[in-house]
Design a binder for this molecule. Structure first.
Ligand code: GLC
Length: 444
C-alpha cells in the first residue's frame, strides 16, 4: 500500500508528541489534528492561538494530517486501533462518525450538552449514532460545478447542455484542452461525484428503507453517462481517473478545463491572480440534472466534523476547543479566509457571509439543505471501497456498467448481512441500538 510509509512516520510523530503532554504544572496539552495546508493552516493556527489566550491553562499543538480523505481515515484507524490518546481532537469526514462511534473510538458529546439545534439537521444526523451525538459539524462541503465564464457565459441547465457547452468551448481556437475535470481516482472523492450523477438520473445507493438499489436502471444510466459521455468522447481526460481535488483544481486554475466539479474551498486559490490564470473568469453553480424523470440537480454532502478521541486524557478541555472552533465567529472567519461553508443556518442571514463565499448565501444554504448525504452507517468505509472498485472497473472498461453495479450490489448486500447491519439500516439511524446488536466487525 503506497501510503504505508508516510503513515508510519506520522504515527511516530504522534507518539513523540504524546510523550510531552505535561510540560508545566497545571497546563493541559491538547493535540488538534486536521488538514492544515496553506491558507487553512494559517487560519487554524490563528484560531488556536486566540483560544490559548482565552485559556492560558491549555496549550494546543497542531498536528497536520493528509488532505486525502481516504489517507486520513487510514491514519486515524491505525492510531485508534492502537488506543493512542493523541491527537485529542479528530477532524472527521462527514461519513466516518458512525464507524468511529460504533468502534468506541470517539466520545459521545451528550454530557457537554451541545447546542445541536443550531446546526443544519443533516449535519447533525450524519454525526449521530445509536441516539447519541458524537461530533460537531465544523464546515459543510457541497459539490459545485465551476465553469469558465469566458467560454460558457450561462450555467448549463442539464447534463446534455454541459456536454454540448464543453465540446463547443474545446473546439474553439484558444479553447481549453479538457471539457470537465473532477475527482476520479479510486478513493472517496469518486463516490461523491458518483452520488451527484446518480441524483441527476434519479438513482440512489440505498433507498429509504436501507435496501441496496445501486444496480437499478437509473444508476446504470448515471454510470453509463460518466463512462460514455465524459470519458469516451474525451470531454474528461483519462488522467482524471487518477486525480483528487488538488489535481483537478490545478488543471482548472491553469486554464486547461472548461468545467470542474469540486468543493467550495477551490474558489479562494482560483480567485488569486498571483497563482491562477482564471481569476475573474469563472463562476460556480449546482451540478445540473440529466433531464430524465425523477432526476434532480444535487450536490454530495461533505464536510468536516470535530470529535474527541475516546482515549484522550483531557476530554473536557478538548470539548472547550471544539465548542470554540464551531462557534459562529470562528465559522464566519473560516468562510472569509478559506471560503468554507458554515454549518450554522443562522449565519446565512449574516451580511458578512455574502462577500466571503462565491454564491449568494441563500443559494449556498439551499444547496446544503438539498444535498445528498452518503449512507449513514458504521460500515460506510467498506461499502464505499466496494463501490470505488466497481465504479473504476466500469470507467476503465474492464466491466460493463450494469455488471459492475450488479457486482457492487451483491457485495454490499453480503457486507450488510455479514455485519448484521440489515436491521439497523432499515431503522432510523439515530434510534438507540437494540441490545442484541453487536459492534460491526472491522476489516482494517
Ligand atoms: C471533501 C469532503 C468530504 C469528502 C472528500 C472526498 O473533503 O468534505 O466529505 O469525503 O472531500 O474527497
Amino acid at each position: 500500500m503506497t501510503v504505508w510509509r508516510p503513515l508510519l512516520s506520522l504515527l511516530g510523530a504522534a507518539v513523540i508528541v504524546g510523550c510531552a503532554r505535561t510540560n508545566k504544572a497545571h497546563e493541559t496539552v491538547l493535540t488538534f489534528s486536521g488538514s492544515a495546508l496553506g491558507a487553512e493552516g494559517t487560519l487554524v493556527a490563528k484560531q488556536l492561538k486566540r483560544f490559548m489566550q482565552l485559556h492560558p491553562d491549555i496549550r494546543v499543538e497542531l498536528q497536520r494530517t493528509p488532505d486525502d480523505a481516504s489517507q486520513r481515515h487510514q491514519l486515524y484507524v491505525q492510531w485508534l486501533n492502537a488506543r493512542v490518546g493523541n491527537p485529542d481532537i479528530l477532524q472527521l469526514d462527514a461519513i466516518w462518525t458512525p464507524e468511529f462511534a460504533a468502534a468506541g473510538w470517539v466520545l459521545p458529546l451528550t454530557r457537554f450538552s451541545p447546542a445541536s439545534s443550531e446546526f443544519f439537521p443533516a449535519t447533525i444526523a450524519a454525526n449521530t449514532w445509536a441516539g447519541q451525538l458524537y461530533a460537531l459539524p465544523w464546515f459543510a462541503d457541497v459539490g459545485l460545478l465551476y465553469r469558465r465564464t469566458d467560454f460558457v457565459p450561462k450555467e448549463p441547465r442539464s447534463l446534455g447542455e454541459l456536454v454540448t457547452d464543453a465540446r463547443q468551448a474545446m473546439a474553439r481556437a484558444a479553447g481549453p484542452r479538457f471539457g470537465i475535470v473532477w475527482q476520479g481516482a479510486r478513493y472517496e472523492g469518486l463516490i461523491t461525484g458518483f452520488v451527484e450523477y446518480l441524483g441527476a438520473f434519479g438513482g440512489k445507493i440505498l433507498d429509504d428503507s436501507g435496501r441496496v438499489v445501486v444496480n437499478r436502471p437509473e444508476a446504470v444510466r448515471a454510470l453509463q453517462f460518466m463512462r460514455d459521455e465524459l470519458y469516451s468522447w474525451h470531454i474528461a481526460p483519462l488522467d482524471v481517473l487518477t486525480w483528487h481535488e488538488e489535481e483537478a483544481r490545478y488543471a482548472f486554475q491553469n486554464g486547461t478545463a472548461v468545467f470542474m466539479r469540486n468543493w467550495p474551498y477551490a474558489v479562494g486559490a482560483m480567485s488569486d491572480k498571483t497563482q491562477s490564470r482564471v481569476a475573474g473568469k469563472f463562476a460556480v453553480s449546482p451540478m445540473p440534472a440529466s433531464g430524465e424523470p425523477n432526476g434532480h440537480s444535487t450536490a454530495a454532502l461533505g464536510g468536516s466534523q470535530l470529535a474527541i478521541n475516546a482515549y484522550s486524557e483531557s476530554p473536557d478541555a478538548a470539548y472547550r476547543l471544539i465548542e470554540y472552533l464551531t462557534a459562529p465567529d470562528q465559522m464566519l472567519e473560516r468562510a472569509q479566509a478559506v471560503g468554507q461553508y458554515p454549518t450554522r443556518p443562522a449565519l446565512y442571514r449574516d451580511s458578512r457571509l455574502r462577500n466571503a463565499i462565491a454564491i449568494p448565501p441563500d443559494d449556498a444554504r439551499r444547496a446544503i439543505e438539498s444535498a445528498t448525504p452518503r449512507p449513514v452507517t458504521p460500515i460506510y468505509t467498506e461499502l464505499s471501497e466496494i463501490l470505488q472498485i466497481e465504479l473504476h472497473r466500469a470507467l476503465v472498461r474492464q466491466a460493463e456498467p450494469q455488471d459492475a453495479l450488479n457486482s457492487a450490489a451483491e457485495r454490499i448486500n453480503a457486507l450488510i448481512e455479514r455485519t448484521g447491519m440489515r436491521k439497523l439500516m432499515s431503522a432510523p439511524h439515530n434510534a438507540p441500538v437494540p441490545a442484541a446488536t453487536s459492534t460491526p466487525s472491522r476489516t482494517e
